[in-house]
Design a protein around this ligand. Structure first.
Ligand SMILES: Cc1cc2nc3c(=O)[nH]c(=O)nc-3n(C[C@H](O)[C@H](O)[C@H](O)COP(=O)(O)OP(=O)(O)OC[C@H]3O[C@@H](n4cnc5c(N)ncnc54)[C@H](O)[C@@H]3O)c2cc1C
Length: 301
């Protein structure tokens, strides 16, 4: 369980004291507010605050005084148009603030997305919890033989046992040493900011992460994708489910044009045109490299 009873009580209190507001409210998002959605073995994602809804995107696009909404279908059409034509600034009018608990090695990938505001738990000031990510059996995968940046089948039997034992033993030993180094027992003990350097990258950290919808969708496009590492992908998928409830029309357009869509080079587009005319196009006469051709085939099925 990623939350202590005290933390859960704080969340329950927040959820039981609704406040009135004149601001735009997304009913789908209200259902998520403050609740922790578990991810991996000790992690979670929870919404702390948000601004805007589907209508806010349209209001900004129309620079209107009031709601500016002609009808829901009108708004959906406008949102799809904006998404299709990369008219991105109206999506920046919506914001979300998340509290995320995640392993440090996932945080290293996540922090590469520079267009967010972040405040992380201080391991200089506070003592980190004894919480380490240990993969579930089906996520304990072997190195891929075809993709240097990927994984293959799950390990099994003795090999899985051996790897899990190493992961658990190393994590516990490092944490024991961390505690031993910072413990004062009559002396000062090592500074927390130094003792933490001996901890493995699967220890959990936490942060508040605030980002606008445009940049969030960019993050999700990259990190909910099959090419992203599983451990960050599951966080992105949890956020996708939240965004789908928050701004259903924008999320639906995003799924259609970004997640489900594809970009074709002019060479690839020319191949599609030749194929439609009935010409037999092969890698050799396509003008594409073997890698490009393979990806092109993946796109057109
Ligand atoms: C599958 C995968 C594998 C990866 N592998 C590696 C790897 O091996 N090594 C590695 O180092 N990284 C790797 N990355 C990270 C990747 O290179 C990007 O750093 C990361 O995805 C963030 O993307 P971004 O810069 O578009 O996002 P953001 O930082 O959120 O930026 C969003 C957009 O804002 C603009 N922007 C933001 N800051 C600047 C700036 N300073 N200058 C100009 N434009 C800016 C750009 O248009 C950018 O696309 C990988 C990412 C993925 C998804």
């Amino acid at each position: 369980m990623p939350l202590t009873p005290d933390q859960q009580a704080d969340i329950d209190t927040l959820r039981s004291t609704p406040a009135q507001t004149l601001r735009a409210v997304s009913p789908g998002m209200e259902a998520h507010l403050y609740t922790a959605h578990p991810v991996l073995d000790h992690g979670f994602v929870r919404v702390i605050d948000y601004m805007g809804d589907d209508a806010a995107i349209c209001q900004a696009a129309r620079v209107s005084y009031g709601k500016g909404t002609k009808s829901v279908s009108n708004d959906e059409g406008l949102i799809r148009y904006l998404m299709r034509h990369w008219h991105s600034t109206p999506f920046e009018m919506c914001e979300i603030k998340l509290h995320v608990k995640l392993p440090v090695f996932v945080a290293r990938q996540w922090i590469r997305h520079r267009t967010a505001n972040v405040n992380e738990y201080s391991a200089r000031y506070s003592i980190l919890d004894r919480e380490f990510y240990i993969p579930a059996p089906d996520a304990l995968a072997a190195q891929s033989t075809t993709n240097n940046q990927g994984r293959g089948e799950a390990l099994s039997g003795d090999e899985a046992e051996r790897v899990l034992r190493i992961l658990r033993d190393d994590a516990m030993r490092c944490y024991d040493h961390y505690e031993a180094m910072i413990s004062d027992e009559g002396q000062q003990g090592l500074a927390r900011e130094l003792a933490r350097m001996n901890l493995p990258a699967n220890i959990y950290t936490q942060w508040y992460w605030k980002v606008d919808l445009h940049n969030l969708l960019h993050f999700l496009r990259l990190r909910a994708d099959a090419h992203a590492q599983y451990e960050i992908r599951v966080y992105a998928e949890a956020i996708c489910a939240i965004v789908a409830d928050w701004v259903p029309a924008a999320y639906s357009a995003f799924e259609d044009y970004r997640m489900g869509g594809a970009t074709l080079s002019s060479t690839a587009l020319e191949c599609v045109r030749r194929m439609l005319k009935g010409e037999e196009v092969t890698q050799e006469n396509s003008g594409m490299s073997k890698g490009e051709w393979r990806e092109f085939q993946g796109v057109i099925g």
